[in-house]
Ligand binder design. Structure first.
Ligand code: FES
Length: 74
């Protein structure tokens, strides 16, 4: 599925760029060209970046109680 119609960039290409280190829309533009035209795809690009970042760092989603360490030490 095309995410950035200006540059013809697919969702798969954007996800690959995010997994290769893109941290923001500007990085995505450098890595795959997405988001470098009219900017109307930026919301979708940011959503994909959030999804890929959360999948890469699952500990960021784990809830913890106030006063308890976020990571248990065994
Ligand atoms: S649709 Fe992505 S820059 Fe225009």
């Amino acid at each position: 599925m095309i995410i950035c119609s200006c540059e013809g960039i697919t969702e798969k290409e954007v996800r690959r760029a995010a997994r290769c280190g893109a941290e923001n829309v500007k990085d995505l533009g450098k890595l795959c060209g997405a988001g470098t035209g009219c900017n109307s795809c930026h919301c979708d690009l940011k959503k994909i970046l959030r999804e890929e970042t959360c999948e890469a760092k699952p500990s960021a989603l784990q809830p913890f109680a106030v006063g308890e360490p976020a990571v248990s030490i065994i």
